[in-house]
Design a protein around this ligand. Sequence first.
Ligand code: ADP
Ligand code: MG
Length: 538
Amino acid sequence: MRSPPGAGSADARHRPRASSADAPGAAASGAPAMTAAEQTSLRDESLSWAAQHGLLVATEGAPGGATMPAVFTHAPVSLLPTPFPRGAFELAKEVSPFFAELSDLVSRDHAFLETTLSGVLETDAFTKRLWDVYIACGAQAGRHRCEVGVLRADYMLDAPSGAPLQVEVNTVSTSFMALSTRVAQMHRHNVSYFANLQEKYIDDASVEASNDDDFGEVVLERVLPRNDALASAAATLAAGHAAAGDKNAFILMVVQPGETNVFDQRLLAQTLFEEHGVSVTRATLAEIADEASVDDSTSDGFVSFRGVKHSLVYFRAGYAPSDYPSEKEWHARLLLEQSGAVKSPSAAMQLAGTKKIQQALAAPGALERFAPRFAGPLTEQSIAERCAKMRLVFAGLYALDDKDASHAVSLALADPGGFVLKPQREGGGNNLYGEEMVAVLRTHDPSAPRGARGDLSAYILMQRIFPPTNQTLCLRKGEMVQLETLSELGIYGGYVRVGEAVTKNAHGGHLLRTKAATSDEGGVAAGFAVLDSVVLEG
Ligand code: ADP
Ligand code: MG
């Protein structure tokens, strides 16, 4: 194999070795077999890299939005990238912008939102409060002419078919754009730094296609695709800020008190400042309730907070009931929604990202309702092709609020391991599996009034996806463990609509989250998973 750049006199054979390519009993897909000493070198190099590049989380969150926690550790990470099939990665990338635009089209279709969410609105108090904010601000008529989305569609590989099946589309508070960028960089570093990891990860075809000078650019790029999630998210928010029309105004980043994923957010804020000259204020909903007002000194109606004008509100909080412990936080949400600032996302866009909407979009005819409204020019054939591509990633999704609910319930009771029961919640740890799911499904009573025991309108039922497993070296709180794992791919999108014109709808980088194969849920922040990156195969 060719030498990596910079190897020069420092011959690759003399560089540190983290794995032994010819070690007996090389591990299954994922982590190569390594001696304990090699694993320790890899751990130490990774820990050091993480500290040096901001791949960090706070160990204890600060109580206020702007207060900076001073005790931190590395983010939970895998030490090496995880194999993912190239075709599935490309398909997920290709369809994700279609889903971004679909989410916005749904958010603009009041009748569809109202009809689809009707059962949920009667049974789920949180979704109802969000709906009330949307209505109180004038529904569609009250919306800002710009919608700015930093979205993420999540996929798991369906082992039997090899297809990437969509777990969900997130329209609010997507996270890890910065840390996923850093993890991909750290994995590239590890693979280039340890000479024999290079041998393991860089295939001969890629090496043949390169020359010494472009080793880093071409060879690594083919197998370890660059991840520009951080730059993309900043560019999307900057475009929204520009569309708001006041270059001196700030962005208001709404954050949770006690946030530990603070570096992910601050790296984004710093990139906004350094690359786009836009300043960011961090504030909690409670702080906003106490100290923000709608600035009525101009017709813009921007948000005035601590004497500074903010033209775009970017939500990294506000997606869960726990973000609204009192009426105060709802008051803040209403104030922001009523203001003339651009919202990322609007309440309508957040509602369009609920699981009930996802289920309804997979029903026959639903895509066809929206496809003709996609930004064109589109022919009938190209619309049909786009719908067909989108359907490739739909898992089985079942309503529990219609005449077919009893059939769906009996399917799941006959095969509980094959289904997941989902309430209208975000943030991980809310879905029901196995016995817990069965206990709820057994209460189903098709004649139960809305909201009564036996009415399951607040839930949807989903086919359980079974991804292939890998062996992964995980690092959490400094401790290294090799686990049998499953991975979930997130594809970010940057979406900006100004009036009727979609001015941006672009791929926005990716995220791989990897969790123990024995764990049902996959949240990194919720403590179930590690941040990871892909090594493309095929
Ligand atoms: P949340 O909005 O809370 O993130 P998700 O629908 O993304 O809810 O589910 C949380 C986690 O549960 C996912 O990250 C994934 O690990 C797991 N999960 C969700 N749906 C499925 C499914 N259909 N099959 C297998 N695992 C799933
Ligand atoms: Mg999720």
